[in-house]
Design a protein around this ligand. Sequence first.
Ligand code: SF4
Length: 243
Amino acid sequence: MIDAKKYITTIIILLGIIMVGVSIINVFLLNLTHLFEVSVNIIVVLIVTAIIFSTIITYKVIIGTDINSKIMNINFKIVNFIFPMMIKIASLVGISKDEIRKVYVKLNNKYIHSQKYNLKNEDILILIPHCVQKSSCKLKVTTDIKNCKQCGLCNIGDLVRLKENKNVNIFVATGGTLARKMILENKPKAVIAVACERDLTTGVQDVSKIPVLGVFNKRPNGPCVDTCIDVEEVENAISFFTV
Ligand code: SF4
């Protein structure tokens, strides 16, 4: 569940910081040329307008309103620009960074869903975090997911069946470096990445040339241990890319 209030609170603080910054800058600009002062203020007004526009679009996306894909693309570029500042502000004022990341991944997914792909199953690469494997299981599923004996103790077995039924490439990655290597080696036309908010955000930012649909993993035992996957969500993502 995405908390729009926390995202908007962070935006309001960001706008407040910009306003205070502009006021201070204006005091220093009094001694400079009028043209320079006007130019700086026009740039600031444009930035503030872009942030307000982006926040309205983002809010509409969060509440499920259909938005034109070009507008979503522009909005995503603005969000990419302000995202590092949003993360810093969120952590300074005690808002969970994951709340901001959830919004980021939602915007990314919504934009991808506004496009058409019509891919073959084998063009899709599915990346799964290692923490999905039962922590007590010693089988080397990171080398090859088919090493799983499908005992039913974790979702890896479900993914082996999914791989066999749908002929998609599925890899269990131990981290971002390995995930990037898998993408470079397999050259997929689309990626379905299952991970936590932090890893999905960095994954989407790292892989800008191909669409990456993010699926959040579930963490009933806390972060990074014995996590779960909603396999139906992954199947829906495959169907979306292949229809
Ligand atoms: S389903 Fe596969 S990976 Fe998971 S615990 Fe069983 S054998 Fe190990």
